[in-house]
Design a protein around this ligand. Structure first.
Ligand SMILES: Cc1cc2nc3c(=O)[nH]c(=O)nc-3n(C[C@H](O)[C@H](O)[C@H](O)COP(=O)(O)O)c2cc1C
Ligand code: SF4
Length: 641
């Protein structure tokens, strides 16, 4: 048996959990807009249970119709909702997994736009930096009402067949807000000293315990550190966890942060060290005598086993790792580590989709959230499929089509697979992204897909190939503006610089402050290639979801100059001439890097579509977007080939 510790069972209260792999709570937005359980929600959880996770914790359930952070989040407050939840727990139990429900109130970390038009409520009237609405300060009768609602939900959760309940005291939500002086400015018996600030938690605990009885697991999720200017640090947390243990909680799920924390983030990006919480969790684990779980940036079973070997916790939470690959425990049990689809901590599909009000997705796993659609049960008639282009879209298309039973050939004009994603893994804090290409390459080989490198597609040779279905995924090419001086020898495309094809140094100007531009600037600054200036047309640089703040910090350290609201007019005599506030300004440049976006490489697609009726397309050839959309559309095109 690989990973001895991970595959040892352990109990929380009376609940025996078959291994130490835990899926911590994650909002999916897969319920209906009243928070009712859907088939998609059940199938999403079924995949994780089938994949071998021992304990699955649901997303944060609301205790009333308005207590949610996202419109399509689960709620459980009425008998009529029990049957669907029972179907959920029955499904998960079929695989020997256990399921806890997380229960919470969002407090100020929501908005009236998603919670039924109601003003958010909180311990005090301090708005949250993301959601911005000034919350209503809960009155004492309202607190009592809320305590009763938590108890009611706990009763219904037990009735629905959940094996335990996790009370959410972390991440800046309502109860975390009461606990922390960062949010709690009350002057009544729920504010001020620790005894008062924890009062609401005690009341909820006792009310829930009265409903579920002594043998039913009641655990708490706690942020070890809040990672904000005036947030809580470890000594106060030690006091809280001891208190929770004495109160009677059966376990602790240890996390960090609130939703305004940047690097370290509570859903860590690659700017935050892996296993960020492990050291602090170990302190708690040694201090209390109830089971502990730790999460954040543990996305690999080898690391999870090591965390257990260090006696830092009893269970390892692997949230996004389960989104990227719900089969991870099963693969780990067989020692098939290189066949795991590792989470690359990009945040694009999971947190990014939620912030756009959509359901959870994953850049490296296009099936996520579509488990009811991509069943691979239709057995379509086998076709001869030609995929043109070997970037993520083309590879996903080839993989999905092969899994559907088609005979697939993939042509790539370069001498390697990966497309533009290859250069995307070179900037600092992007090394983990290589895992995605490693996984795709592994799949291509495992499925025996016929890959032809250095093969340029033309209308003639594609016709000659005589495929039943053609999927064009030729991607995009970097934009080159039609400006005077553009063909000078010191002008480079960002991807050539990132891949080391055109090593440059000196006074460097990067034109374009989007993701590619900022990452290339960071790459050059980090490698100390010289002084870097970014010229951006809009009011700010944009390094991608939640990456701009840590990127700017790095820019400050390396003294990168950022010029915004500036439009490039021409390139001349080792300088970039910009229009800045209506004036021409000359920015000295030994080397100039273009990062001005992409345009679709769609000439072949247009020609083929005008002559053939069996042509589909995927990825940036439709419209340049990002790797999430590319992998999603690629998989879809392959599935429906
Ligand atoms: C899409 C998404 C939704 C999340 N929703 C919740 C939630 O409802 N409750 C919660 O306690 N944590 C939530 N989290 C935080 C995770 O439980 C976990 O702590 C975090 O992702 C770090 O762990 P990981 O690196 O294993 O993903 C969410 C994370 C993600 C990615
Ligand atoms: S979208 Fe990115 S961060 Fe989120 S689970 Fe997938 S790989 Fe991980």
């Amino acid at each position: 048996m690989f990973f001895q510790k991970l595959f040892t069972s352990y109990k929380i209260n009376q609940c025996e959990i078959k291994n130490r792999f835990v899926v911590p709570a994650m909002v999916t937005n897969l319920c209906d807009e009243d928070g009712n359980i859907t088939e998609a929600f059940i199938k999403y959880h079924e995949a994780k249970a089938r994949g071998g996770f021992g304990l699955i914790i649901t997303e944060d359930y609301g205790v009333n119709p308005n207590g949610v952070g996202y419109q399509n989040c689960a709620r459980l407050y009425d008998e009529s909702q029990v049957a669907a939840n029972q179907r959920l727990t029955d499904t998960v139990h079929m695989y020997g997994a256990k399921m806890f429900a997380q229960v919470f109130h969002p407090g100020r970390q929501t908005s009236s736009a998603v919670n039924g038009g109601v003003q958010p409520v909180a311990a005090a009237r301090i708005p949250d930096a993301f959601n911005r609405e000034v919350p209503h300060e809960l009155t004492i009768p309202e607190i009592h009402q809320l305590v009763a609602e938590f108890a009611n939900t706990a009763r219904l959760m037990k009735k629905s067949g959940f094996d335990g309940i996790e009370l959410h005291l972390a991440h800046g939500y309502l109860l975390a807000g009461f606990l922390s002086t960062r949010q709690n400015r009350r002057t009544d018996e729920y504010g001020g000293c620790f005894e008062n600030r924890i009062r609401i938690v005690e009341e909820i605990y006792h009310a829930m315990r009265a409903e579920v009885g002594p043998d039913f697991p009641l655990t708490a999720r706690v942020s070890l550190t809040e990672d904000t200017v005036d947030g809580r640090q470890m000594q106060e947390t030690m006091m809280i966890v001891k208190h929770l243990e004495k109160l009677g909680f059966d376990g602790l799920n240890l996390s960090n942060g609130e939703y305004t924390s940047y690097a370290p983030e509570l859903i860590s990006s690659t700017f935050t060290a892996k296993g960020y919480n492990v050291e602090n969790a170990k302190r708690v684990h040694e201090f209390v005598n109830i089971p502990t779980i730790v999460a954040n940036g543990i996305n690999d079973p080898a690391m999870a086993e090591t965390v257990l070997e260090q006696a830092a916790c009893d269970f390892v939470g692997m949230a996004r790792a389960s989104l990227a690959d719900p089969d991870m425990p099963r693969k780990a049990a067989r020692g098939q580590l290189s066949s795991i689809n590792y989470c690359i901590r990009c945040l694009q599909g999971c947190e990014g989709s939620l912030l756009e009000g959509k359901h959870v997705r994953c850049l490296v796993n296009p099936e996520l959230g579509h488990e009811t659609e991509y069943t691979f049960e239709q057995n379509p008639e086998s076709k001869n499929v030609l995929v043109i282009g070997g970037g993520p879209a083309g590879m996903e298309a080839a993989i999905a089509a092969t899994r559907q039973g088609h005979e697939v050939t993939l042509w790539e004009q370069r001498n390697e697979l990966g497309g533009e994603f290859v250069s995307a893994i070179y900037p600092p804090a992007k090394g983990e992204y290589a895992n995605f290409l490693v996984f795709l390459n592994h799949q291509m080989k495992a499925l025996n897909i016929n890959v032809v490198l250095n093969q340029t597609a033309t209308v003639e040779n594609v016709k000659e190939f005589n495929a039943d279905k053609i999927i064009v995924a030729t991607g995009g090419n970097p934009n080159k503006p039609n400006l005077s001086g553009i063909d000078a020898g010191n002008i480079h495309f960002a991807n050539d610089v990132l891949l080391g094809r055109e090593p440059i140094e000196g006074e460097i100007v990067v034109v374009g402050g989007g993701e590619v531009g900022t990452e290339t600037a960071m790459y050059l600054a980090d490698a100390e290639r010289g002084h870097v200036t970014i010229i951006e047309m809009t009011g700010d640089i944009d390094a991608g979801l939640l990456r701009t703040v840590p990127t700017k910090r790095l820019f400050r350290d390396h003294e990168v100059t950022i010029i915004t609201h500036a439009k490039v007019k021409q390139f001349n005599n080792n300088a970039v001439v910009i229009d800045y506030n209506g004036q021409d300004e000359r920015i000295a440049a030994d080397e100039i890097v273009l990062a001005m976006g992409y345009h679709a490489d769609n000439e072949l697609l247009k020609s083929l579509q005008s002559q053939l009726d069996n042509v589909a397309c995927a990825g940036d050839v439709i419209e340049p977007t990002n790797a999430l959309e590319a992998s999603t559309s690629g998989f879809k095109a392959g599935y429906y080939a």
